[in-house]
Structure formats: structure tokens, C-alpha cells
Design a protein around this ligand. Structure first.
Ligand code: ZN
Length: 196
């Protein structure tokens, strides 16, 4: 945007400088016409007129240099604006690409969530209501994990090894008894790898 502003500032400056050149050129042309017409006859007036024409020519030259200098600046501002516009387009293309990939990932995740939610519903329907209630309560209290595997004598929820007496109790409990970790109170799931 700064480069574009500089470019339009230069364009305005160029127009102004060209108008200045034009004014001087017109004035010189008028003087030259007067000189050529022969209406000025006094040597002093003629000399003055010639001197003014010469000074106007010098002034026109100076102003034309200003125009050239402004044009050069304008050209480099245009180039810079062009380059930056290209870069903006390339960055925007990257953003668009990343956005498309993100949206695709969201879509996939939403699909996975829908599948997992359905699976959970089926499993939850098979769990007794009071156990499900306990599980949901623990899950809320324990950062999303209401039940954990008992693996090699350790609770996989809190990673604590269970005490011998506790292990003995669990070993003695009926297979359908709900056992819980003494430490974190999560429901413990017994498997062949529980170390009982
Ligand atoms: Zn635990």
C-alpha cells in the first residue's frame, strides 16, 4: 500500500512538473512570436525579450530535468508495487491452500467424531445405568478418563502401583464387581495383563 501511495504521489508530482514545463514553453513561444512579428523595435526591448527567451529556455531545461527525475522515481515505485503485489498474491495463495487443507482436516475430524459418538452410544447402551452414571461422574472429575486399565499392578489412570492388600481384594472380587483405584477412584478394568 505504501508503494502504491508513493506511486500515486509521484504521478501527481509528475503532472504538476509537466504543467510547469508547459507554462514556460507557452510563455517562451509567445515571446518568440512577438520577436518574430517585428512589433518590438527598440533595441533595448529586443534585448530584454531575447534575454527572457534564453532564460525561459534554461528554466524549461531545468523543469524537464525535474520531470525526468520524478518519472524515474515513479517507475521504481511502480516496479516495487508490482513486486509486492505479486508477493501478496503468492502469500494469499499459500493462505488459501492452508485454509483448504485445514477445512478438509476439520471435515475428516468431524466424520471421526460422528463415528466415535455412534460407537460410544452403542457401547453405553449395553452398560448398566448406575455404572454408566458412576463412569460419567468420574470422567468429569478426572479430566475425561473415568475408567483405566489395571496393567502390571498399576492403575493406568494415575500411574500408581496398587498396594498388596488392594490387589488381594481385587483378586478376590467377582468378575462382575466394579473395582476402583484406591488412589484416583477411577474404575479399574481387569485384563490378563493386570498382574493379579
Ligand atoms: Zn488410579
Amino acid at each position: 500500500m505504501a508503494a502504491q501511495t508513493e506511486e500515486s504521489d509521484c504521478a501527481r508530482e509528475q503532472t504538476k512538473a509537466e504543467q510547469d514545463v508547459d507554462q514556460v514553453r507557452q510563455r517562451a513561444a509567445r515571446d518568440q512570436k512577438r520577436l518574430d512579428s517585428g512589433v518590438v523595435s527598440s533595441p533595448k526591448d529586443l534585448e530584454n525579450l531575447q534575454r527572457e527567451i534564453a532564460s525561459l529556455a534554461k528554466r524549461q531545461g531545468d523543469l524537464e530535468d525535474v520531470v525526468l527525475e520524478v518519472m524515474e522515481r515513479r517507475e521504481s515505485a511502480q516496479e516495487r508495487a508490482g513486486e509486492l503485489t505479486e508477493r501478496v498474491a503468492s502469500v494469499q495463495a499459500k493462505i488459501d491452500d492452508a485454509t483448504a487443507r485445514r477445512d478438509a482436516a476439520f471435515e475428516q475430524i468431524d466424520g471421526e467424531v460422528a463415528t466415535a459418538t455412534k460407537e460410544r452410544e452403542v457401547i453405553a447402551a449395553a452398560v448398566p445405568a448406575d455404572l454408566l452414571k458412576l463412569y460419567d461422574k468420574l470422567r468429569e472429575q478426572q479430566g475425561g478418563i473415568g475408567a483405566a486399565k489395571l496393567y502390571a499392578r498399576s492403575c493406568q489412570g494415575c500411574r500408581q502401583e496398587l498396594a498388596i492388600t488392594e490387589l488381594n481384594e481385587i483378586r478376590a472380587a467377582a468378575p462382575d464387581t466394579v473395582v476402583r483405584c484406591e488412589n484416583c477412584r477411577r474404575i479399574l478394568v481387569r485384563t490378563a495383563e493386570s498382574g493379579l
